[in-house]
Each structure stands twice: as structure tokens, then as C-alpha cells.
Ligand binder design. Structure first.
Ligand code: FAD
Length: 414
């Protein structure tokens, strides 16, 4: 534990998002009393991104409701918060970071919490079109929200979580929504076909025109440079007022790369969030970390992962290292449908549906491997999610018939 705040015992955090904000709070909770500087390039206090595509886009909550910690916390906890400024470089030999204005901040430990940015759709004219939007930041929502008025036509490119959440919010606001997905089903990379079919049904019921297997080939532009129509491979054109592109995330790894740290689709860290340079740690969406018993490495994009890695990194730095073993989980809200997922479904050899995906809006999908429950997607059933968590944690061996049997509560299968 540090008793005096000096520049040489300083911990510098790059990135004032979910993991950066959770990390500085966890560091103080763990008793660290040294100097802590949190540098974030966005101008706002650290805020939560999940409401950006949901309650904040629809105007149900204000910016104040998004803050991860009360703004006063940073001063109360002695956190030197620098917002609206970017870290331009890391000098690992001299152990300092260089801000874009040239200021150098020495560090004893450096924590990279740089997150990621929306993947751009490469098409001529698109970057300059005022009605083409991406969704990662508060500024992104500010730029698009005034267009979300009843009757406006929205085309969403990409049926991942963000695209579908925006589609749901837009329908609730009275927009005319079309979703275009190049793959044969929505959420194809993250869920089973049955869960994809469920979401396609729900969005169709809500009035969204969902088109899968649909490649975008080009765009038509109005005189002011806005996109006026989206052109499809089958020759069709969809007239539109707004385009929202949701085709994934590019992790912000450039700083680490330029500093000579290993990057493998994310900044490579061990289970203690350490890079190969023991003075440099990395947390959140920008990291590639070991999968434990699953083997290999993974990069996760979720609040629970960002928060857990923040806690692990704080424990590592304060001398009480504990490995990151938490089972990944995630949620998504669309209309009245809350999805909660637990575990990693990659590599499963069987999917068992409890309930039905064809009617109603509540069921669970279990992903099994070698007879063990490895992951679950639970729709609108917090009680089943609690039980599913335990089944996944225990890698329970439960037969498909038992999982399907609605007359037996899930918790009895534990
Ligand atoms: C619209 C939307 C909806 C989402 N919904 C959900 C959900 O329902 N459930 C869920 O679990 N997750 C959701 N997520 C994902 C979740 O928000 C992220 O996983 C989480 O924010 C990751 O935190 P992070 O700290 O790693 O990165 P971020 O929150 O992205 O923070 C990184 C910060 O670092 C800054 N930065 C980068 N480089 C520099 C630099 N050189 N100098 C200074 N600052 C820098 C960036 O500007 C950014 O502010 C959603 C994300 C989005 C965008």
C-alpha cells in the first residue's frame, strides 16, 4: 500500500470507459492510496454504453443517468481525471505516456482500457454522408437522435446486438425500419439458429422488415451528400432517411502495438490482466485473454467482462493477485424481451430448447458439449437464468429430456 502520492508511484489509466472507471474505483477499494490518473479522450465523465442503443436513444434517460460513478467520486477518491484528451504514445523504457498536448505522465503501472471503435463500412462517399451513423459513443447518439422521429425511414446494416437494439428502439419511436444482414440469420455469430429465428419473429411481429442473406452493394446519394437509398445485390433499392451501420467493433490496440506489446486481435494479457511488460496491464474490450479451461484466447465485448477485469487488475497491482475465472455473461434488451446469456457457446455439440421459440417471448436455449451444460441463452426468465448460471458453473450433466421438461423447475436439476 502506498502512503504518499508521488508522480513515480503513479498509476496511469488510458481510457475513461467502463473498465477504466471500474478500475480506479476498485483500486481505491483495494486500499491503493497512491496517485491515480485516468486519461480519457471523450469529453464526458465515464458513462455506461448499454443505454446508448436503448433508453438514451429513445430519450427516456438523460446523460446524468449514464454515469458509471457519481462525478463527485473522482475528486472524493483523489482520482486525477483528465477527460477530452488522448494519450498519443507510450514510452515503456522511460515509463511514461505522452498526451497529445505533449505532457508526459510517468507511471509505476500503466493500465490500458482503450476499448474499441465501430467498424466502418468501406464505401465511397459514406464517411461524409450526414445521415450515416455508427453507435459507440454519446457523441454518436447526439449526432443521430434528432433524426429518430415518427415516420422516418431507417435502414440498419448488420443484425448483431447493436443493430437489433437500435431497430427495436426505432420501432418503439415510430420509425419505419428495415434490417439488412448478409449472413443467413440474425445474431449468427453469437446464438443458435433457434434463437436467431426467435429474434427474427419478434422483430417481424413488431413491424421491422428483416432481410437476411442480403448483401448491400452500394448507396445512392442526394445532392447534399446524404444517402437516399441502399442498393442490394438483387438489384433492389431501399429508400431511406437514416442509415445505421452495426457491423462490429475494432479493438483500440494501436497504442499497445506501437509500444511493442503483443497484440492478437486484442492486447495480449494473462489471467491477471498483465501484458508481457509487468508494468503494463490491459482490461476490457481491448484485451485478448486466456479462456481457462476452454483453452485458447478470447476477446469479449461486455460490461461484466470489463468490470471483472478491472477488479482483477486492481488486485494484481495491489499485490493480491487472483486469476480471472469468472464465467462470461451478457444481456441485451429489445422491446419487452430481455436476453441473458451465460457461458461460452463456442464448440457446443448440442442445443436444447426449454419452452418454445415459435410462440410467446420466454424460453431458454442450453448449449451442451460432451453432455455437459456449457452455456445458456435465457429469454425473459430471471429465475431460469439464476439456475442456468449454476448449471453452467457446475458444468452439470443433465440429459436433454430433463432440460426440456417444463414440469420440473430448473433448480431441481442442479
Ligand atoms: C450501443 C452499445 C450497447 C451495448 N450494450 C451492452 C449490453 O446490453 N450489455 C453488455 O454487457 N455490454 C453492452 N455493450 C458493450 C459494453 O458497453 C462494452 O463492453 C464496455 O463499454 C467495454 O468497456 P471498455 O472500458 O473496455 O471500453 P469503452 O467503454 O469503449 O471505453 C474505452 C475508452 O477509452 C478511450 N480511449 C481509447 N483510446 C484512448 C487514448 N489513446 N487516449 C485516451 N482515451 C482513449 C475511448 O475513447 C473510450 O472512451 C454495449 C456497447 C454499445 C456501444
Amino acid at each position: 500500500m502506498q502512503n504518499e502520492r508521488t508522480a513515480t508511484d503513479r498509476i496511469v489509466v488510458v481510457g475513461g470507459g467502463q473498465s477504466g472507471a471500474d478500475f480506479v474505483a476498485a483500486l481505491r477499494m483495494a486500499g491503493y492510496q497512491g496517485l491515480v490518473t485516468l486519461v480519457g479522450e471523450e469529453p464526458d465523465y465515464p458513462y455506461a454504453r448499454p443505454p446508448l442503443s436503448k433508453a438514451y436513444l429513445s430519450g427516456k434517460v438523460s446523460v446524468d443517468d449514464l454515469y458509471i460513478r457519481p462525478p463527485a467520486m473522482y475528486e472524493q477518491q483523489g482520482i486525477d481525471l483528465r477527460t477530452g484528451i488522448r494519450v498519443a504514445a507510450i514510452d515503456r523504457t522511460a515509463r511514461h505516456v505522452v498526451l497529445v498536448d505533449g505532457e508526459r505522465l510517468p507511471y509505476a503501472h500503466l493500465v490500458l482500457a482503450t476499448g474499441g471503435r465501430a467498424r466502418r463500412l468501406p464505401a465511397p462517399g459514406l464517411d461524409d454522408a450526414p445521415n450515416v451513423h455508427y453507435l459507440r459513443t454519446l457523441a454518436d447518439v447526439t449526432a443521430m437522435r434528432h433524426r429518430f422521429v415518427p415516420g422516418a425511414r431507417l435502414v440498419v446494416v448488420g443484425a448483431g446486438y447493436i443493430g437489433l437494439e437500435v431497430a427495436a428502439t426505432a420501432r418503439q419511436l415510430g420509425l419505419d425500419v428495415t434490417v439488412l444482414e448478409a449472413l443467413p440469420r440474425v445474431l449468427a455469430r453469437v446464438t443458435a439458429p433457434q434463437v436467431s429465428a426467435f429474434y427474427q419473429r419478434v422483430h417481424t411481429e413488431e413491424g421491422v422488415d428483416i432481410r437476411v442473406d442480403t448483401a448491400v452493394t452500394g448507396f445512392s446519394f442526394a445532392l447534399d451528400g446524404s444517402v437516399s437509398a441502399v442498393e442490394l445485390k438483387n438489384g433492389e433499392r431501399i429508400d431511406t432517411d437514416i442509415v445505421l451501420v452495426g457491423i462490429g467493433l475494432v479493438p483500440n490496440t494501436e497504442l499497445a502495438e506501437q509500444a511493442g506489446l503483443a497484440v492478437d486481435s486484442g492486447i495480449v494479457v494473462d489471467e491477471y490482466c498483465r501484458t508481457e511488460d509487468r508494468a503494463v496491464l490491459a482490461i476490457g474490450d481491448c484485451t485478448s485473454h486466456p479462456c481457462g479451461e476452454h483453452g485458447g484466447r478470447r476477446r469479449l465485448e461486455s460490461v461484466p467482462n470489463a468490470s471483472e477485469q478491472a477488479r482483477v487488475a486492481a488486485a494484481t497491482i495491489t499485490g493480491n493477485p487472483e486469476p480471472y475465472t469468472a464465467i462470461p455473461w451478457f444481456w441485451s434488451d429489445q422491446y419487452d424481451v430481455r436476453l441473458q446469456t451465460i457461458g461460452l457457446s463456442t464448440g457446443h455439440d448440442d442445443v436444447v430448447i426449454r419452452g418454445t421459440t415459435e410462440t410467446g417471448r420466454s424460453f431458454a436455449a442450453f448449449y451442451l458439449k460432451d453432455g455437459q451444460v456449457r452455456a445458456a441463452d435465457v429469454i425473459c426468465s430471471p429465475r431460469d437464468f439464476t439456475a442456468a448460471r449454476k448449471l453452467v458453473a457446475a458444468r452439470a450433466r443433465v440429459g436433454p429430456e430433463a432440460l426440456r421438461d417444463l414440469s420440473v423447475p430448473l433448480k431441481q436439476l442442479l
